[in-house]
Design a protein around this ligand. Structure first.
Ligand SMILES: Nc1ncnc2c1ncn2[C@@H]1O[C@H](COP(=O)(O)OP(=O)(O)O)[C@@H](O)[C@H]1O
Ligand SMILES: [Mg+2]
Length: 276
């Protein structure tokens, strides 16, 4: 799995080496067009299908720093915008990651934005339209975004319940780019490159995943991701038996149900028959 050289300062990451991204369609063209007009972008798709990798690749292409925020249920607007901290007997203002990106002209990537509290989606609204501004209530100011600031969010439509979903009025502020697990040939190339595994075993992993993904109807919440295939391949390269690698990298993390696990193992066994 590749590691990229980067510089990190004040939460802003600048990528020096090209993060490997294998395009599936015209993702790069769409993103470049959105960037050209500084339109906010929403990357939609299941876990482990390449959204984050794509964003890092684009940041590298554009030579812009990235600020990534992994959103979670306790994330508040202050976590994004900033807060006063007590230092000795002084209170000092500290910019949050969103504010840093707005000031520096970075790409701000809010990963899994629906996880965050709804007040966080309210603060991003003025950044998503012609205003391109960020109100900082606690400072009583509204700052205008740097011309190179861009907002990108990711969103996994499979997870959402009616209670926890992005409001249509929020979604409609973004250019929406749909991601999914790539076609078999493309996914094979990705697994080969990222896991460092030979073509035969990468193909077998991808073909098995194709079948395993059909089990979704049987109650699997999440299907086998490209990431899980890469982990399995990497463990095989590290010397694990193929079925053991598939079990620990793909099956165990995916289901707690012994029957579903057995059904998945059966699929992988047919593609890696020489073992177990
Ligand atoms: N199109 C792609 N090109 C290159 N690598 C990919 C691609 N899609 C997925 N990957 C690989 O799969 C892994 C998981 O993708 P990631 O971007 O982290 O998923 P997501 O953000 O959608 O959950 C990446 O680290 C990368 O190794
Ligand atoms: Mg991600």
């Amino acid at each position: 799995m590749s590691e990229t050289k980067m510089a990190e300062s004040n939460g802003l990451r600048l990528l020096f080496d090209e993060p490997f991204y294998q395009p599936v369609a015209n993702e790069v063209g769409v993103f470049m067009a959105a960037w050209g007009r500084r339109l906010p972008v929403m990357l939609k798709g299941p876990t482990g299908c390449g959204k984050t990798r794509f964003l890092e690749h684009m940041a590298w292409r554009l030579k812009r720093p990235v600020v990534t925020v992994a959103c979670h249920e306790d994330l508040t607007s202050s976590d994004l915008v900033g807060r006063f901290l007590i230092e000795g007997d002084e209170t000092v203002w500290q910019d949050g990651p969103l504010t840093k990106a707005v000031r520096a002209g970075a790409i701000c990537y809010l990963d899994e934005i629906v996880e965050a509290r709804t007040d966080t989606t309210v603060v991003i609204h003025p950044l998503t339209d012609h205003r391109r501004s960020l109100p900082i209530e606690k400072l009583g100011v509204e700052i205008t975004a740097h011309p190179d600031f861009m907002l990108v969010i990711s969103y996994n439509p499979g997870y959402q319940t009616v209670l926890k979903d992005l409001k249509p009025s929020t979604k409609q502020r973004f250019v929406g780019m749909n991601f999914n697990y790539p076609p078999a040939d493309v996914e094979t190339r990705i697994v080969m490159k990222e896991a460092g595994i030979d073509e035969a075993r990468a193909r077998a992993l991808v073909a098995a995943a194709g079948k395993a993904r059909n089990l979704k109807e049987q109650g699997l919440q999440e299907v086998t991701s490209t990431r899980a295939l890469i982990y399995a391949g990497a463990l095989m390269v590290a010397g694990l038996d193929a079925l053991e690698a598939c079990t620990v990298a793909i099956i165990n993390p995916q289901t707690d149900d012994p029957e579903l696990a057995e059904a998945l193992l059966e699929i992988f066994r047919t593609f890696f028959p020489e073992q177990g």
